[in-house]
Design a protein around this ligand. Structure first.
Ligand SMILES: [Zn+2]
Length: 398
């Protein structure tokens, strides 16, 4: 994705929001149809049938006809893609698009090339049913077959062109690096470097909490409620911008410096998904605590550390040079002698081998194991007391 900031006028902003509304409406209708599937009713309409229904609906309803057909059709096509991704197991189940949260639409075809350069810094782009919108030329506009127009929660508009970035050439030194991803330290390298993804400062976090408390007291739908939501959205946008920046810089740096990059093969979707409810066997109909709040904190920690993003960008930039290693026992195994025991892990930060006395930063030790791609045997003398899969600790995920 290659993103540019858009600067629409007030009238254009309203027109853009109208388009977003159409795209959201089509998506939600498609989702509703899809979720009406039952065993006896048979299959629900697919993309082709839905596109035909859209043509009929456009003939019947003036408000739909006023919108762009491309935008509406693409929303259906996007939904179709989302369903396919869901069935192939790479993505989660498509969810409802919400007003204020999911504002965006997609354009495909020759119209995507309608970008005009005005001067060194500014250009304009022709958006269907909206007109020429100014955009900031922060870099060269790529040749792309599709783009998305989105509004973030802070109210900023962007156009994002779908392009696969140019892969970074390998240095050719044969050097290999292991990357251990964590919560306190975002990424530890086997070279001993500790990289920290910038998040919100303590003051910003405090302000976010304050705003969230204020939002809880607001009357839903009031002006005050809307203002507080925008303020919260701005803070989230700040955090996201910092994270994206870190992910981009770190992935480019790693792709430039190393020939082979080894990362843990973590199942982030599973780790961040909602924990299952636990039924209480003693009281029918009642539930035991399932640590949902604790996991929510952990999830935020994971997302804040941008794990998924880093690996995805590494795979783009260092295509074919990223290897995924089974993360089991990497945090408990000594990178010097190979002794594997939970006692090796003296604390969250310190690793001290009980067999050879090797001492290191716990994350760097794990990164060295990942770099070695060490296939650690699961045999052990003592029965398993701790989860062998390394998961970050709750205490450090605030
Ligand atoms: Zn050792």
């Amino acid at each position: 994705m290659s993103r540019f900031r858009l600067y629409p006028s007030l009238a254009q902003r309203n027109a853009l929001l109208e388009q977003c509304k159409h795209a959201r409406y089509m998506w939600n209708v498609a989702l509703e149809q899809w979720s009406m599937w039952t065993r006896d009713k048979g299959p629900t309409p697919g993309y082709v049938e839905q596109a035909r229904q859209l043509t009929e609906a456009r003939a019947a309803f003036a408000w739909l006809r006023e919108g762009s057909q491309t935008v509406q059709q693409q929303a259906l096509r996007d939904f179709d893609r989302a369903v396919k991704n869901f069935y192939s197991g790479t993505h989660r189940r498509p969810t409802w698009r919400k007003h204020g949260l999911h504002e965006g639409f997609r354009i495909v075809g020759p119209q995507t090339n309608r970008v005009v350069t005005l001067n060194r810094k500014w250009g304009r782009i022709l958006l269907p049913k909206v007109g020429w919108v100014r955009l900031r030329l922060s870099r060269r506009v790529p040749e792309a077959k599709s783009y998305r127009v989105v509004r973030d929660r802070a109210g900023r508009w962007f156009v994002a062109f779908a392009v696969i970035p140019q892969p970074v050439p390998a240095p050719g030194t044969g050097e290999m690096v292991g990357v251990d991803r964590g919560v306190t330290v975002s990424a530890a390298l086997s070279t001993g470097e500790l990289l920290i993804c910038p998040a919100l400062s303590e003051r910003e976090k405090e302000r976010l909490k304050q705003l969230q408390r204020r939002l809880a007291r607001c009357v839903r739908g009031s002006n005050r409620c809307r203002r507080v939501k925008v303020a919260i959205g701005k803070l989230h946008a700040v955090a996201r911008d910092r994270r994206t920046d870190w992910v981009e810089k770190t992935s480019t740096d790693l792709a430039r410096r190393f020939d082979v990059i080894r990362v843990e093969d973590l199942r982030i979707p599973q780790m961040t998904s909602r924990p299952k409810p636990r039924a209480d066997p003693a009281r029918p109909g009642a539930y035991l605590p399932n640590l949902r709040r604790a996991k929510a904190g952990l999830n935020r920690g994971i997302l804040a550390n941008a794990w998924g993003g880093l690996v995805r960008r590494l795979e783009d930039k260092a295509a074919g040079r990223v290897e995924k290693v089974d993360p089991a026992y990497t945090s408990q195994t000594c990178s010097s002698c190979g002794h594997c025991a939970p006692e090796n892990r003296e604390s969250q930060a310190v690793f001290r081998c009980v067999a050879c006395g090797h001492q290191a930063n716990a994350d760097v030790n794990a990164a060295v194991n990942i770099a070695a791609g060490r296939a650690v045997s699961a045999r052990r003398e003592t029965p398993i007391r701790v989860s062998p899969k390394r998961e970050p600790q709750h205490a450090t995920s605030a």
